[in-house]
Design a protein around this ligand. Structure first.
Ligand code: F6P
Length: 459
């Protein structure tokens, strides 16, 4: 079997169960841990003359390098996170475009492909992840790399009307056509991509379902990323930490609501805080009987839009607690500290509600993790935004619209009152979906299709 080479912007240090920085890191790490291979990308450092470092841990070789300050500013902080991220999350209002940053983005993709080339063997399968690396395959082809190359987009793909706001959208999307296979989280994302390719650039859908555009023939597919349910269940069961704040013990009837997100405007945190406040106002009988834990490690804190969402959240949290707290009750616990995975899974298990309400999200693995961590005998309820990719599969969650503050407040009330039999039914239904599309299915289906695809010969 050919070797797997994974490339992602950030090579996350998830070794020995350490905390993860997001769905991509968890998914890639687990996928690689099973098959072994190389994980290539940025080490998270800024350095003047970035050397390449290689480290073998178990069956994974981590090959990482730093970025110069200029590369970081233009490629990561600039085009990736101040242009692509907001636009792909439907937030034209928060996006900006700078031509130098776009050129920096292209330059870094070229540099990364050049550094990867000497590490490759002819039959390696190369799997590229996420929006930072859209032009990576084109750079590889230019360097004469002929390996199979697949791309998976972890975030949503916007409709063409939104995508075309990016001035070089045509040039950017053309680079995507150099992949053999392009994977999306949901059918909505894949259709938006197909729509762009057929309407904007007159690409053609071939009889075998493949696409031809810009003179390239390639395939697209839907591969919802999943979790490893048994492992999560075990972690949830075994965490009995001393400082566990949310154990359902016999001496306290207080229930808990939990949310875990990177501190990002796409996650709908301000709307969520407001909905929680509305819930306490409309259903005062729950006051003192419930506490909400929002864990939100800071992220991309040198991007202006992230600084402003952080200020808003601090103000909302202060407002809610100032107005409603009592000497022996704090309604909202807002923590910017990140936590180890095993602790999070333990917290999920003991929380009565998983409150996952992004304004737009590729998948949102927290939704799946929350469900997988539950006690099957007495499961909690998932309250889930219809705009998370996970809502396509977890149809037995209480589905909410995060723009509807009162609707979310009512869902919290309904979840807290839900009878055990209904909670179990919903849980079992969601677990079937989670098992059917687990992490191995994501990896195996994508790699199977990448290996199987025979494209038209490239010129
Ligand atoms: O899942 C989206 C994503 O941007 C990943 O590509 C990334 O690993 C994660 O979020 C965390 O973001 P960052 O690397 O910018 O901290």
């Amino acid at each position: 079997m050919s070797r797997l080479v994974v490339v992602s912007n950030r090579v996350a240090p998830i070794k020995a169960g350490k905390a993860a920085a997001g769905g991509l890191a968890v998914g890639v790490y687990d996928a690689l841990r099973q098959s072994g291979g190389i994980w290539f990308g940025w080490n998270g450092d800024i350095s003047a003359d970035p050397p390449i470092n290689s480290e073998q841990v178990g069956n994974i070789t981590y090959v990482t390098l730093g970025l110069t300050k200029r590369d970081y500013d233009q490629y990561y902080r600039g085009f990736s996170n101040a242009t692509l991220w907001p636009i792909f999350h439907y937030r034209i209002d928060l996006a900006r475009y700078d031509r130098d940053e776009y050129e920096g983005y292209r330059r870094v993709n070229q540099m990364l492909a050049q550094k990867l080339k000497p590490l490759l063997k002819p039959d390696d399968i190369i799997w590229i992840h996420d929006y930072h690396l859209i032009p990576f395959a084109e750079e590889c082809r230019r360097l004469g790399i002929r390996n199979r190359i697949g791309f998976f987009l972890h975030i949503p793909f916007p409709p063409p009307e939104i995508l075309t706001v990016i001035p070089p959208h045509n040039e950017l999307l053309k680079t995507l056509c150099y992949y053999d296979l392009i994977g999306f989280q949901t059918e909505t994302d894949r259709l938006a991509f197909q729509d762009y390719m057929t309407r904007e650039v007159r690409g053609v859908i071939e009889a075998d379902g493949s696409l031809t555009a810009y003179g390239q023939n390639f395939r697209s597919g839907v591969y919802p990323i999943g979790v490893v349910p048994n492992e999560i269940q075990q972690l949830g069961e075994t965490y009995k930490g001393r400082r566990h704040p949310m154990r359902r013990t016999s001496d306290t009837a207080r229930k808990t609501i939990i949310s875990v997100d990177r501190l990002d405007y796409s996650k709908g945190l301000v709307e969520r805080f407001k909905a929680y406040e509305a819930f306490l106002d409309r259903f005062p009988e729950h006051r003192r009987n419930v506490e909400f834990f929002q864990i939100a490690p800071t992220s991309r804190s040198d991007v202006r839009t992230y600084q402003s969402i952080r200020r808003q959240l601090e103000s909302e949290a202060g407002h809610i607690n100032g107005r409603l707290s009592d000497l022996d009750w704090t309604p909202l616990h807002y923590l910017n500290k990140s936590h180890e995975r095993r602790i999070l899974m333990g917290l999920f298990r003991s929380a009565s509600i998983g409150f996952v309400t992004p304004l737009r999200d590729g998948m949102n693995l927290v939704a799946k993790e929350y469900v997988a961590a539950q006690n099957p005998e007495d499961p909690g309820v998932l309250v889930l935004s219809r705009f998370a990719g996970a809502a396509r599969e977890l149809t037995s969650a209480l589905i909410v619209n995060p723009y509807d503050c009162i609707g979310m407040a009512e869902a919290l009330d309904r979840a807290l009152r839900m009878p055990l039999a209904e909670r179990r039914d919903r849980y079992e239904h969601m677990m079937r979906a989670i098992r059917a599309a687990d992490l191995s299915a994501w990896r195996d289906n994508f790699l199977r299709d990448l290996r199987a695809f025979v494209s038209q010969p490239r010129e």
